[in-house]
Design a binder for this molecule. Structure first.
Ligand SMILES: CC(C)(COP(=O)(O)OP(=O)(O)OC[C@H]1O[C@@H](n2cnc3c(N)ncnc32)[C@H](O)[C@@H]1OP(=O)(O)O)[C@@H](O)C(=O)NCCC(=O)NCCS
Length: 170
């Protein structure tokens, strides 16, 4: 990759994943007859990893998950629909947002099942962090997600500093 290409910001659309479906089967259910949350989280991590790898044009690892919000249960007969996109990129890390909806077979109605925010870090052959290209948000929604991602990053760094300071005192 040339230096100019390396520095060229990428759009959200360049790496976004849309409308990835997963049909729920009986063995995907927990004892409460709703979909096992860990199954949804595993899929969310895979799709988010594809998004991060595309944006960074190489291997990325999941560094952390800031939040996983289960909004409503998914059930037998549902089809899960995954969407994932980069919200913001910093030096070597990116935040990827994931939204999961469920549609009941035979209905066009969709329910919001999950929203999550994951941080990925681009790594080189030695597993060391390497720089990623900036993100170029377009439109109001992408601009809002871009700003919100910075709030989550600031909170994460502040939290890490506070824990570090507390441990240093004890
Ligand atoms: C993620 C990892 C590469 C970071 O390495 P590191 O040497 O600690 O990295 P640094 O402290 O230099 O930070 C590098 C970047 O990672 C970010 N980062 C590090 N730890 C993080 C965490 N827990 N949460 C979010 N971001 C994190 C930093 O904010 C920094 O971002 P920036 O460059 O955009 O500012 C390393 O911790 C790792 O390999 N973890 C295991 C990942 C893994 O196995 N995931 C599951 C399977 S994919």
């Amino acid at each position: 990759m040339s230096e100019a290409t390396a520095l060229t910001p990428r759009s959200v659309a360049f790496s976004a994943v849309r409308d990835q479906v997963y049909m729920i089967f009986p063995n995907d259910l927990n004892s409460n007859e709703t979909v096992f949350g860990g199954l949804i989280m595993a899929h969310m991590d895979r799709y988010a990893a594809v998004v991060a790898d595309r944006h960074a044009a190489g291997v990325c690892v999941t560094a952390s998950v800031d939040a996983v919000h289960f909004m409503a249960p998914a059930r037998k007969g549902d089809v899960l629909v995954f969407a994932a996109s980069v919200n913001r990129a910093w030096n070597t890390s990116m935040e990827v947002g994931v939204r999961v909806e469920a549609e009941c077979i035979g209905s066009t109605e969709r329910r919001h099942i999950l929203t999550a925010y994951l941080t990925f870090v681009a790594v080189d052959e030695q597993g060391k962090p390497r720089p990623v290209v900036p993100l170029m948000p377009e439109g109001q929604t992408e601009a809002r997600r871009f700003e919100e991602a910075q709030i989550r990053r600031d909170a994460r760094l502040k939290h890490a500093e506070e824990i570090k300071a507390l441990r240093a005192r004890s």
